[in-house]
Design a protein around this ligand. Structure first.
Ligand SMILES: Cc1ncc(COP(=O)(O)O)c(C=O)c1O
Length: 383
């Protein structure tokens, strides 16, 4: 429905930059071939585009070598790859009590197989603190993994401080940047992020079916998928070299071409400009929500402390009822419920009903923000 006010960018960004549509379309119509296979000129062209996107990603996130960029099919795919490819029975891992299911569920499965997992507790606003992490570390702690910003509470973590403490004990620090990549600068080397997991289809403005795991050095992640790579086809074993080790099978090359175009778009617009625009939208939304007595907001009060999403409830309405009204009467597309993060909702007491989440994006217009605010004011005052 074209005339909706789309404020569900935390689920997936929409619309995409025009160049993303055009590049993915052009790739499928004019190149089409399988990158890294066959050796004919179309396959080589496809390969060049995939490798260019790999370079763009490495540069964008401050990784030292494009070979350390593995393409995945979404954030969940990358998080499963990291968690299941690193941890074995007897290992210890630390995560938080406000993670998305794509971190907490793979860990839960491994817990049943003999991996020990400790849950760092967030404060009431969803913030995690390095001083609380330090006592949880053990000699056998292999991995500390958490989100940069919760997709419910929105609080942006002090990654540098958390990574520093993890490193003091020799653990790897992995970051789920699903809600921050493409929204704010992330320099892996400066922040000490050993492994960064990003979906392409959210803040990076790329098509569905894209994402990446990016490492500062080869962390020894083992593949769960062996198969064709286009290299060393004579060997019975899947190759160990990166990026092939973790990329068995045909890539989503058209999506990756779109991801490359999306990163070029973000670079041209300027990530700091994007962050400033999104922060301004968030300030306006927060001001409008904070003015209503019936509204409870979850997470930090100020836009400066949060990613571009805000979850809240209106007293007297379930999140589903609010979502229905906003959709049906006001053409607002947001997200009610548990947001695939029941842990966050348990942490702030909104389980099992959840909350209603608004997440503007780079293409959200001032008119959309004003319309949503008007709708919320009316809903809060009329019932
Ligand atoms: C914090 C967080 N982590 C991971 C994911 C999973 O990403 P994807 O939907 O690309 O699998 C999401 C998606 O909403 C998320 O918000």
């Amino acid at each position: 429905m074209l005339n909706m006010h789309y404020l569900d960018n935390a689920a997936t960004s929409w619309p995409k930059p025009e160049a993303v549509y055009q590049t993915a379309d052009k790739f499928m119509r004019e190149i089409g071939a399988n990158p890294g296979r066959s050796g004919h000129c179309l396959a080589k062209q496809a390969d060049t585009i995939v490798e260019e996107t790999r370079e763009l990603l490495a540069e964008f996130f401050g990784a030292p070598d494009p070979k350390l960029v593995t393409f995945t099919f979404n954030g969940t795919d990358g998080l499963n790859l990291v968690i299941k490819g690193l941890l074995a029975p007897g290992d210890h891992a630390i995560t938080s009590n406000i993670e998305h299911n794509s971190v907490s569920r793979p860990l839960r499965r491994l817990e049943q197989q003999g991996v020990d997992v400790t849950y760092l507790q967030a404060d009431a606003n969803g913030l995690l603190f390095a001083e609380d992490l330090a006592p949880l570390l053990r000699p056998e702690t292999k991995l500390v993994i958490m989100s940069h910003a919760s997709n419910v509470l929105g609080a942006v973590q002090d990654v540098a401080a958390l990574a520093k403490v993890a490193h003091q004990n020799g653990a790897l620090f992995a970051l789920d940047a699903a809600q921050t990549a493409g929204h704010q600068p992330i320099d892996m080397q400066a922040l000490g992020i050993d492994i960064l997991v990003v979906p392409g289809h959210k803040g990076l403005l790329a098509p569905y079916g894209t994402g990446a795991v990016i490492s500062l050095r080869d962390a020894g992640i083992l593949p769960w998928r062996d198969g064709g790579t286009g290299i060393k086809s004579d060997s019975r074993m899947h190759p160990n070299e990166l990026p092939y080790r973790l990329e068995g099978g045909t890539l989503n090359a058209a999506g990756i071409a779109g991801l490359g175009a999306a990163i070029k778009f973000i670079n041209a617009e300027g990530l700091t400009n994007i962050a400033a625009k999104e922060s301004n939208d968030m300030q306006q939304l927060l001001a409008c929500l904070q003015a209503e007595e019936r509204i409870t907001i979850y997470g930090p009060r100020s836009a400066a402390e949060r990613a571009g999403l805000v979850a809240f409830n209106v007293a007297g309405l379930s999140s589903a009822e609010l979502g229905q009204q906003l959709n049906d009467d006001w053409r607002v597309a947001g997200r009610p419920g548990l947001h695939c993060s029941p842990l966050s909702h348990r942490a702030v007491g909104t389980f099992p009903d959840g909350s209603y989440r608004l997440s503007p994006g780079y293409f959200t217009t001032p008119n959309a923000i004003e319309s949503v605010c008007a709708a919320i004011r009316q809903i809060c005052r009329e019932q």
